[in-house]
Design a protein around this ligand. Structure first.
Ligand code: ATP
Ligand code: MG
Length: 606
């Protein structure tokens, strides 16, 4: 519809607006959590298109997760309408798939190449390396080591087996396009012309391959071989690269798998012409949460001296609740009761205040609450407490969609059925497989207790993906292949979200429970593993990321006794808790979550 002039930048503060209005040349936005980095970059893209005449098809935005890509696309859609569809919003891996599909021959792949699932990778690696143990080591190294590191013979054999089956793995999705563009400057130049406007969110977590790929997509090779045919150079001299990177060094949490915050920190050295914008106002969280998070990160901050202020009229912001439970089951029970209480369960009605509301009108819903943990094994106790208490939840699983046998069956059947609207084919495929099972004649019965129900739930899992891809079966299969994280988290569902700290990056929730604040989990260490200061600094950043997901209420909990690795430990409290001043926290206990004691007024803060 018609828009007021500059309407697209109305929702930004002056610093954010300055960043969004920066049009030509490199831009770096370096700012803390909740300061509106993602919001700013979204508005910037919309502004470029709607008000600066940039073609939407020339815009490429790279996000860290598919969920973030979808959110960005949705926000652009709200700002721009139809034009948003032309913008490419993708993860690095999605970008890799796209380039490889367009250039499969050059990359030595068949037109129908596929991304190997975890089971296939393990099988091929085992064949190459001789034992499952060696195979796991090979795959782990392959997922973390620099892309130009010399391959060992086992790794080379594994790659040969992959290729023989016309398969690539996740690492290939980054490495092969990078090699392709590095070897063919004309091709790199063509991609640079196609996407003249690049934005990269969460840039603090790029690794060397992603960095190399971005360089190829933005800058000419040093010898000038990659300069544009029209004579413009993309190199250091007269840097015209329209690349905007956004990030926060203190949220760099993927060093363990090869990401290097150094790339972010040297952006201005790579691009001396870069404009740098810092944002200092946190719009997300209550002041207590912002202050406590700043204290928690201080001992390891990569941006010392940074000031983060909360905005908003927070009179008497609530303190952070700290809960100490007897064991992991008691901790989970505390979370379940607190959820019930926050949502106005019976116990809350006798309180005269302390009600938490969602940001919009209305009370809090289950969907406004997240439980964050360091290791996915911690989810088990929470899930069983939620099941007993009747708390609905959704879990973001890191299992690949295709690793579920029923999903793989449905996908194979879909492929079998050929082109058509995907959605119709999907239900047809599910019904066909169910009928086959019910007849009992199928050999592929699997070991599910109720194969038909399992197949139908697989169909339901796949349905949103079908919906998203329309009639494009290839896109559907590509999306399925990329489903490294199921991203089953529906932001609109009225369910509590359970997710790992790593997966929580970039997200926000009115209420956050960060469980397992214990030595060994935060910072994480395997049993017997020595302390490692660099690893601990990254763990502290992870703790910081977790704390800063909370908008209104944050609870930090720990257990005095916890079962881990098949034995029971008595872990000390996380050292990360020590950095938070006592004035910002208050103890809360499980009883207070169910019983109200009027004289105990601080319990209202729960
Ligand atoms: P993170 O580092 O965690 O990714 P971020 O810097 O990307 O955080 P956003 O997610 O963009 O932060 O914004 C945080 C919250 O603050 C969002 O709910 C966003 O809508 C809100 N916000 C940001 N800027 C403004 C603003 N100028 N006015 C009102 N709300 C804002
Ligand atoms: Mg963000």
């Amino acid at each position: 519809g018609p828009r007021r002039p500059h309407g697209l930048l109305d929702g930004l503060d002056p610093d954010q607006r300055r960043a969004a209005e920066h049009a030509d040349g490199p831009l770096m936005i370096i700012a803390g959590p909740g300061t509106g980095k993602t919001r700013t970059i979204t508005h910037r893209i919309a502004h470029l298109i709607a008000e600066r005449g940039v073609a939407a098809a020339e815009c490429l935005a790279i996000t860290f997760t598919r969920r973030a890509a979808e959110e960005l696309h949705e926000r652009l859609d709200a700002l721009l309408g139809d034009a948003a569809r032309e913008v490419t919003v993708s993860t690095f891996h999605g970008l890799g798939v796209r380039i490889l599909r367009e250039r499969h021959e050059q990359a030595g792949l068949g037109a129908g190449f596929r991304v190997a699932d975890a089971a296939t990778r393990l099988a091929l690696a085992t064949e190459a390396a001789g034992s499952a143990e060696q195979a796991r080591r090979l795959l782990a190294a392959r997922d973390t080591v620099a892309w130009d590191a010399a391959d060992d013979p086992d790794a080379a054999a594994y790659v040969r087996l992959l290729r023989a089956a016309d398969l690539v793995d996740f690492r290939d999705l980054l490495v092969l396009p990078t090699r392709l563009l590095a070897a063919d400057p004309g091709l790199a130049a063509a991609y640079r012309r196609r996407w003249r406007w690049l934005s990269v969110d969460e840039y603090q977590d790029v690794d060397d391959t992603q960095y190399a790929l971005l360089r190829l997509l933005t800058a000419a090779a040093p010898d000038g071989a990659g300069s544009e045919p029209d004579g413009t150079a993309g190199g250091e001299a007269g840097d015209r690269a329209n690349i905007a990177v956004i990030g926060d060094p203190d949220q760099a949490i993927y060093g363990f798998r090869g990401a290097d915050v150094g790339f972010f920190l040297r952006f201005t050295a790579d691009h001396p012409a870069a404009a740098t914008v810092e944002l200092g106002r946190n719009y997300r969280s209550h002041a207590t949460i912002v202050d406590a998070a700043a204290q928690a990160i201080a001992p390891a901050s990569l941006v010392p001296g940074r000031e983060l202020r909360a905005v908003g009229d927070f009179t008497d912001p609530p303190r952070i609740g700290v809960h100490v439970a007897a064991d992991e089951r008691a901790e989970a029970a505390f979370v379940a009761r607190a959820v019930d209480r926050l949502l106005g369960g019976t116990s809350l009605h006798s309180l005269d205040s302390g009600r938490v509301t969602a940001d919009g009108p209305g009370d809090l819903g289950f969907g406004d609450i997240a439980v964050l943990y360091r290791t996915s094994a911690q989810a088990d106790a929470v899930i069983s407490a939620f099941n007993s208490a009747g708390v609905p939840f959704q879990r973001r699983s890191h299992d690949r969609l295709l690793a579920r046998p029923a999903v793989a069956q449905v996908a194979a059947e879909l492929r079998h059925q050929g082109q058509g609207p995907v959605r119709e084919r999907l239900s047809a495929a599910v019904e066909l497989l169910c009928a086959r099972h019910e007849r009992g004649g199928a050999a592929d019965r699997g070991d599910a207790a109720d194969p038909a129900a399992d197949l139908r739930s697989a169909g339901e899992l796949l349905a949103p993906l079908a919906a998203r891809c329309g009639d494009d079966l290839d896109a559907f299969h590509a999306a399925l292949d990329l489903g490294a994280e199921v991203d089953a988290l529906d932001p609109r569902a009225d369910r509590v979200s359970l997710l790992t700290l790593h997966a929580a990056k970039g997200l926000e929730f009115p209420v956050v429970f960060l469980v397992g604040c214990e030595d060994g989990l935060l910072p994480f260490r395997r049993p017997g593993e020595p302390r490692d200061p660099a690893a601990e600094a990254e763990e502290r950043r992870l703790f910081f990321v977790g704390m800063t997901r909370a908008r209104r209420r944050l609870y930090l909990s720990r257990a005095r006794s916890r079962a881990r690795h098949g034995r029971r430990d008595e872990p000390a409290a996380s050292v990360f808790l020590d950095a938070i001043g006592p004035g910002l926290t208050m103890p809360v206990d499980a009883e207070s979550a169910t019983r109200t004691r009027p004289k105990d007024r601080q319990m209202r803060l729960l």
